[in-house]
Design a protein around this ligand. Structure first.
Ligand code: ADP
Ligand code: TRP
Length: 320
């Protein structure tokens, strides 16, 4: 069984990325033959500064390793290091109806806002289908927002298989429903585009300041409150220990506590939670050759598989 997923290097990872996706990828690495890649070709649809893209790709690799992605269990590589995927994209593109892509949300949303879209954004789901099909992946863990793209991949694979014979393994999405979306510092969904993020590897002092500025409501201190509907508590529940969570939930229900105290607890818990990863990150960042080696080894393994699948697809459609 092959688990595969990709993550775009469009900036530093925030708590939404970690608790909503990366943490589950890392948990899955011990169960199955896992392939994880840094989707730098997809990121090129938004990141147009070469220095930034190069740096983000390297940082994303270091972040994932520091957070526990273990190259002894999972294959980690950069998307662009497997050129077979781009060749496969073309084979898939020839059979992809325009209507299928016109319905995809990244393109549709941009068009609806009257913004110019390029062919890269329009064909983004076909590249994503090639990413998945190139490795005979059967399980693709993704956030809910990517579910539509997996459906498109299945449609493309089914139509190719129907026309040319059974070439591709049919993948299944494993949608990662985070119980509640990770809220940002304004209580809305945490997202880079809303500028409300807490980053995983932010300097703890800077993060503490951000946490102290989190918006809260103006209910009086002595009023009992429901912890589950409060975004400060939701954030705390991601990083606190079970005992801390129970104690804090109890104080919410009793009333008589100030949000300032909760913020301090949250900042302390966040610092403690990410401390081991932060330490690992410092070591990894000091060893660029090791990162290079891990990505190189990962790409070699991935290319071997992708070349095999590409050959199968080429033979089926009369290219070889
Ligand atoms: P952003 O909204 O900051 O641009 P991305 O779209 O790059 O984030 O997120 C990549 C993945 O991280 C998503 O597919 C989703 O699985 C996860 N994710 C992002 N934000 C959140 C959030 N607030 N809550 C839960 N998961 C999230
Ligand atoms: N489009 C995905 C995202 O923005 C990243 C991605 C690219 C991906 N190719 C993939 C995810 C293949 C899963 C499988 O999050």
């Amino acid at each position: 069984m092959r688990v595969l997923s990709g993550i775009q290097p469009t900036g530093r990872f925030h708590w939404g990325n970690y608790f909503g996706a990366i943490r589950q990828y890392i948990q899955l690495q011990t169960e199955d033959a896992a392939f994880y890649f840094i989707a730098n070709l997809h990121a090129l649809t938004t990141v147009r500064d070469p220095q930034v893209l190069r740096q983000n790709t390297q940082e994303a690799a270091i972040d994932l390793l520091a957070l526990g992605l273990d190259p002894d269990h999972a294959v980690l590589f950069a998307q662009s290091d497997v050129p077979e995927v781009c060749e496969l994209t073309w084979l898939l593109m020839t059979g992809t109806p325009l209507g299928l892509l016109e319905r995809c949300h990244a393109y549709k949303d941009k068009k609806a806002r009257g913004l110019p879209a390029d062919a890269g954004l329009f064909t983004y789901p076909v590249l994503m289908a090639a990413d998945i099909l190139a490795y005979d992946s059967d399980t693709v863990p993704v956030g809910e927002d990517q579910g539509q793209h997996i459906e498109v991949c299945r449609d493309i694979a089914a139509s190719f298989n129907h026309h040319f014979g059974e070439v591709f393994v049919m993948p299944r999405a494993k949608i990662l429903h985070t119980a509640a979306k990770v809220p940002g510092t304004d209580g809305e969904k945490m997202s880079k585009s809303y500028h409300n993020t807490l980053e995983v590897f932010e300097d703890p002092r800077a993060q503490r300041k951000k946490i102290m500025r989190i918006k809260t409501d103006s209910r009086p201190v002595d009023q009992p409150k429901d912890p589950d509907t409060d975004h400060l508590y939701q954030l705390f529940s991601l990083v606190g220990t079970d005992q801390q969570k129970e104690e804090l939930a109890e104080s919410y229900r009793r009333g008589g506590f100030g949000y300032g105290d909760v913020k301090k607890l949250l900042a302390d818990a966040a610092e403690a939670y990410f401390q081991p990863s932060r330490q690992r990150r410092e070591q990894l960042a000091a060893e660029p050759d090791r990162i290079h080696q891990i990505l190189g080894d990962g790409a070699a393994t991935a290319r071997k598989k992708a070349a095999e699948v590409l050959r199968r697809a080429q033979q089926a459609c009369g290219i070889r």
